[in-house]
Ligand binder design. Structure first.
Ligand code: B12
Length: 224
């Protein structure tokens, strides 16, 4: 198994680092954090680690959960393992001291605690030269309104992973418009789709973080 595959396997097994006691058969062995560092040392591009190990691993975790093979604690361990790897590659995905080309406000909507995808979008946008204001998880419409008032030119990004919370994207957009705020809004997350974006009058949707940079650039007239 190559390093990329080993990292992916450790995300699936929820093994964070060599100090982690879980899962017992991997205790004492390098985990996601250590292996991602090894991959960086071996000059494997951060974007490859992100897509082929971290995201690919979480996709499998999702299918195992759907199949009833994994439960919430398993998902949580995998999420923690993935985060420990993301912390290492985050600085590498960011282009430092570059001039900011625009501002994006991003948040996971009310009732929703999932933030891995949102954080990836934030990282990619920062890497693409945007200033990103991160409102965190469980963001009520009032917080989007407050941020939109403060950053009138900002694009607003909303994330939702649950079919129960995706309605809060609609509610948040309606609240912005009812307050006379015309910031462009993009949506994403496993629960969202282009069809839903059209239905709730969002200005854009993408399925993955990498495409969010192009989408935002297009919305501010920097890309065709
Ligand atoms: C990890 C995880 C958790 C972790 C979250 C940890 C964290 N800090 O985020 C924990 C364990 C806490 C969790 C809890 C729950 N979860 Co959960 N979880 C997942 C899992 C396995 C992975 C999500 C993830 O991080 N994916 C990886 C990232 C990279 O993908 P992503 O989020 O989709 O983001 C990408 C794109 O969508 C896009 N994107 C994301 N946001 C945005 C925003 C914008 C603006 C744009 C442009 C793009 C964009 O870019 C990202 C990168 O490419 C998914 C399964 C899955 N495959 O989605 C289930 C899943 C989302 N969870 C699910 C469920 C049911 C729950 C719980 C209700 C379980 C329970 N019974 O308690 C709770 C809900 C808690 C809450 N109120 O939010 C279901 C949702 C089903 C549904 N249709 O509603 C899923 C789909 C699992 C399943 N197959 O059933 N979960």
């Amino acid at each position: 198994m190559n390093l990329i595959e080993v990292i992916k396997e450790n995300v699936i097994r929820g093994h964070t680092d060599s100090n982690a006691k879980y899962p017992p058969d991997l205790a004492g062995k390098p985990g996601v954090k250590d292996l991602v560092q090894n991959a960086i040392d071996e000059m494997i591009p951060a974007s490859q680690i992100l897509n082929e190990s971290l995201i690919a691993g979480m996709e499998i975790v999702g299918s195992k959960f759907s199949a009833g093979e994994y439960f919430v604690p398993d998902m949580l361990l995998s999420a923690q393992a993935m985060k420990s790897g993301m912390q290492i590659i985050e600085p590498l995905l960011k282009s430092e001291d570059s001039k900011k080309i625009g501002t994006v406000v991003i948040g996971t909507v009310k009732g929703d605690m999932h933030d891995i995808g949102k954080n990836l979008v934030r990282m990619m946008l920062e890497g693409g030269g945007f200033e990103v204001i991160d409102l965190g998880i469980n963001t009520p419409p009032e917080k989007f309104i407050e941020a939109a008032k403060k950053y009138p030119d900002a694009i607003i990004g909303m994330s939702a992973l649950l079919t129960t919370t995706m309605e809060n994207m609609r509610i948040s957009i309606e609240a912005l418009r009812a307050n006379g705020l015309n910031n462009k809004v993009i949506i994403g997350g496993a629960a969202a789709s282009q069809k839903f974006a059209d239905e709730i009058h969002a200005d854009g949707f993408t399925r993955d973080a990498a495409q969010s940079v192009q989408l935002v650039k297009r919305l501010i007239g920097l890309a065709a």
